[in-house]
Ligand binder design. Structure first.
Ligand SMILES: [Mn+2]
Length: 316
């Protein structure tokens, strides 16, 4: 599959590169690594995200070339990375048909085969690792910026090498990137030690909603629309909030309720490892990984909480 993808790259000239809504570190890192490779090959590349990316990633050199509107033109190939399903790339991409081929590169276990080519490997730590394999196979000499993108992708998706997907390949690739000049502390400082005050103020409000189940096996926090108003924070700043309830001793699954509009909530699950939250989320029409999954529910906060908690009570 890697060879087929490289052939498509060689044979074509214009590329649209995109990823899922609410881009995270892997989404940003993998698309930027691919973009810098394609541009180094003299290709004409548009890097498009349906949503704004979190400020955290603004230090990445290619962040200035990200667009949020698809240009009115045709492309030979559309790359969709780390998306799981095409609709997660946003409505503009799902409706966009002005490309010859679509290439899907992903590591989600239940990735829909929506591409003309599908390079899906759930055993990979990050989509960034899949891009790295392609770049190496293509014989590309990884420059500093590309190394930075791949490193950000892997660090983000492995929770700084703490999650079970931090496999030998994740360490091996990262080792090569560090040898190329990547400084783990300076990246960590950018990603984790440069929070805005607004984010911490929002987190304080979110933590005040903490609930723990009777058995102590799951815990939740909530962010509502009025909390954004109170703090002046935006939804991008909630990235990582879901991990706090999970950090409690004995809690296996954390639940994060995030109000996306009046009467609609995005629910994220994070597992410590014993529970497969991807199958829990599938019961609600969502999906994800063993340790991280999500879905959307309509209703008031009380209704949504009741639905999710009674399902979890049964599941446990
Ligand atoms: Mn990923």
């Amino acid at each position: 599959m890697i060879t087929k993808i490289i052939c498509e790259i060689e044979a074509n000239t214009s590329f649209l590169v995109t990823t899922h809504e609410g881009p995270d570190g892997d989404a940003v890192g993998s698309t930027m690594a691919l973009t810098s490779f394609l541009r180094a090959r003299g290709k004409d590349v548009t890097l498009y995200y349906s949503d704004q990316m979190p400020d955290t990633y603004r230090f990445l050199p290619l962040s200035s070339s990200v667009v949020h509107t698809i240009p009115d033109r045709d492309y030979d190939v559309c790359f969709v990375l780390d998306a799981g399903e095409l609709k997660r790339a946003g409505k503009e991409i799902s409706d966009f048909r002005r490309f010859g081929k679509i290439i899907n590169i992903d590591h989600h276990p239940y990735c829909e085969e929506f591409g003309d080519l599908n390079y899906v490997d759930p055993s990979a730590s990050a989509s960034g690792a899949l891009i790295y394999r392609i770049l190496k196979t293509a014989g590309y000499t990884i420059d500093y910026d590309t190394a930075l993108y791949v490193y950000v992708a892997i660090v983000s998706d492995t929770g700084s090498f703490r999650y079970s997907n931090a496999d030998p390949e994740a360490f091996q690739i990262s080792g090569e990137l560090v040898a190329l000049g990547i400084n783990p502390w300076s990246v960590a400082e950018k990603l984790y030690e440069s929070q805005s005050l607004k984010r911490l103020e929002l987190l304080a409000l979110a933590l005040s909603t903490l609930t723990v189940s009777k058995t102590g096996e799951y815990a939740s926090i909530t962010v509502t629309l009025d909390m954004y108003q109170k703090t002046g924070a935006t939804s991008e700043l909630t990235d990582g909030f879901v991990n706090y309830p999970r950090s409690i001793h004995g809690v296996e699954v954390s639940v994060f309720f995030r109000e996306i509009k009046q009467g609609a909530f995005k629910i994220s699950f994070r597992s410590k490892g014993k529970i497969n939250v991807s199958s829990l989320a599938m019961a609600f029409g969502g999906g994800g990984h063993h340790n991280a999954a999500g879905f959307t529910l309509l209703g008031s906060l009380d209704e949504v909480r009741k639905t999710v908690f009674s399902y979890l009570d049964q599941a446990f």
